[in-house]
Design a protein around this ligand. Structure first.
Ligand SMILES: NC(=O)c1ccc[n+]([C@@H]2O[C@H](COP(=O)([O-])OP(=O)(O)OC[C@H]3O[C@@H](n4cnc5c(N)ncnc54)[C@H](O)[C@@H]3O)[C@@H](O)[C@H]2O)c1
Length: 420
């Protein structure tokens, strides 16, 4: 019987930390969730979930079990395992580990012999041993690896994915020594179906960067081919659909208006930051970034061409953007290419509104973008741009409106759209 009151303490209750809390409760664990955002904590305690994958009902049910949330970190001292799932953004184009460091300080303040600390935030190889552990060691005399145990486990959560969830997605785990690894393995085996062990924390940190760089590079490849196919008058969608019938050696990626979210645009930059420290750029990453970053303006230029053919000047025209989240069926607009698209249109004097069932407010360059709420007004626009293929859009029957559609998503539910 453990002397700790909680099996798990989580720092950071966002897209990664909150599902971890809920699935751990479902796995029979006692969980304490800590977040510096007091407003978020109070909403969570009132059963209001900020993310689509966790319903308010599920959250309320968990709150009736062994789950508590707080903006006071002192309860971390009562947690046997502690997971860090705080943001790792870019600031001034560089990895910003300040959240990881402040999380490490909170842990160190409350540290107790026997605790197991696991970093789940995405980061560059070396962070666990070169940043996290030294930060904890500043405050405690406990011996890392003997008195307290440390490891890294990348999070693979895919918001909005109904098939692959926290429990059934294999989880890569690592520890700084065998004792740490054994404890981390026993912990995750309680809540995850399959765990995959790497020999050290650097390897586990690198796994996440490989996965997201792979996506970024392949998305860039198909985006570049989409641009070239358009110039060659070849239908890229037909090409992709035919190519993906190959049962081996080919994974299909689809063109789009760019990449967004907290992972694909950011994580490869963590990798190139690290490799530049040894004087080597990751050339694939940098080229892929350049191509993906150019997609919003490519979309805008294609629409300008279309409007030209229709004899409509851009200045003063009205464009409705359907979907502004960075991907289907979620509300997250972080790094969404829609923001660049809108910025680009606004600079050309276009009037922009958006329609997104998941997003209530959107600010671009500090200005609030109008949200169209009335389907009856859809006819008042000069162009509809399908930016994010939310499932709900299938029911909209966009073809009923007498407005040209530019489809940046390659959806199969609109017949008469101009496609990327
Ligand atoms: N969102 C995803 O799909 C996803 C997938 C895999 C990995 N990741 C990685 O997981 C990490 C977290 O991402 P997220 O999307 O959950 O972020 P998020 O912004 O949704 O949530 C992070 C939370 O951490 C809180 N926080 C910040 N500093 C803190 C501190 N010192 N102590 C406690 N709480 C603190 C914030 O208030 C916020 O609520 C990032 O490194 C991200 O790259 C994200």
């Amino acid at each position: 019987m453990s002397e700790f009151k909680y099996d798990l303490g989580i720092l950071g209750l966002g897209y990664v930390g909150l599902p971890l809390a809920i699935y751990s409760i479902e796995g029979g664990l006692k969980v304490f969730g800590y977040d510096i955002n007091s407003e978020k904590v109070s909403k969570l305690n009132n059963g209001q979930s900020p993310i689509e994958d966790i319903s308010n009902e599920t959250l309320k049910k968990s709150l009736k079990s062994n789950l508590i949330f707080s903006d006071d970190s002192s309860t971390l001292a009562e947690c046997e395992h502690i997971v860090i799932s705080v943001p790792t953004p870019l600031t001034d184009f560089k990895p910003d580990l300040s959240y990881v460091i402040s999380a490490a300080k909170e842990i160190a303040k409350n540290i107790v012999k026997g605790q197991v600390i696991i970093l789940e935030s995405t980061t560059y190889p070396g962070t666990t041993t070169e940043v996290l552990i030294p930060e904890i060691e500043k405050t405690t005399d406990l011996v890392v690896g003997e008195d307290i145990f440390v490891g890294y486990s990348p999070e693979r959560i895919d918001p909005g994915n109904k098939e692959w969830n926290f429990k059934n997605t294999p989880k890569v785990i690592s520890g700084i020594n065998e004792k740490s690894l054994n404890k981390i393995k026993s912990f995750y085996e309680q809540i995850i179906e399959v765990v995959v062990v790497t020999s050290g924390t650097k390897e586990a940190e690198m796994v996440k960067l490989l996965e997201n760089t792979y996506r970024q590079v392949n998305i860039a490849l198909i985006n570049e081919l989409a641009i070239l196919c358009n110039m060659l008058d070849i239908d890229i969608w037909e090409v992709v659909d035919a190519a993906k019938t190959k049962p081996f050696g080919f994974e299909s990626f689809r063109p789009g208006p760019g990449v967004g979210g907290h992972c694909i645009p950011i994580d490869p930059k963590y990798l190139s930051f690290k490799t530049r420290q040894i004087g080597k750029p990751v050339r694939f990453v940098e080229l892929a970034q350049e191509i993906n970053n150019s997609m919003p303006s490519y979309v805008v230029n294609r629409i300008i061409e279309r409007m030209n053919i229709l004899g409509k000047p851009m200045k003063g025209s009205k464009i409705l953007i359907l979907g502004v989240a960075y991907k289907k069926d979620i509300s997250d607009t972080r790094e969404s290419p829609a923001i660049d698209v809108i910025e680009n249109f606004l600079a050309k004097g276009v009037e922009i509104a958006f329609y997104d069932p998941f997003v209530d407010n959107l600010k671009v360059n500090n200005s609030e973008i109008k949200k169209e709420v009335n389907l009856k007004n859809f006819d008042d626009y000069d162009m509809h741009l399908l930016h994010t293929p939310h499932s709900e859009f299938v029911k909209l029957n966009l073809s009923q409106y007498n407005v040209p559609i530019f489809d940046a998503t390659g959806s199969d539910f609109i017949d008469d759209a101009e496609r990327i």
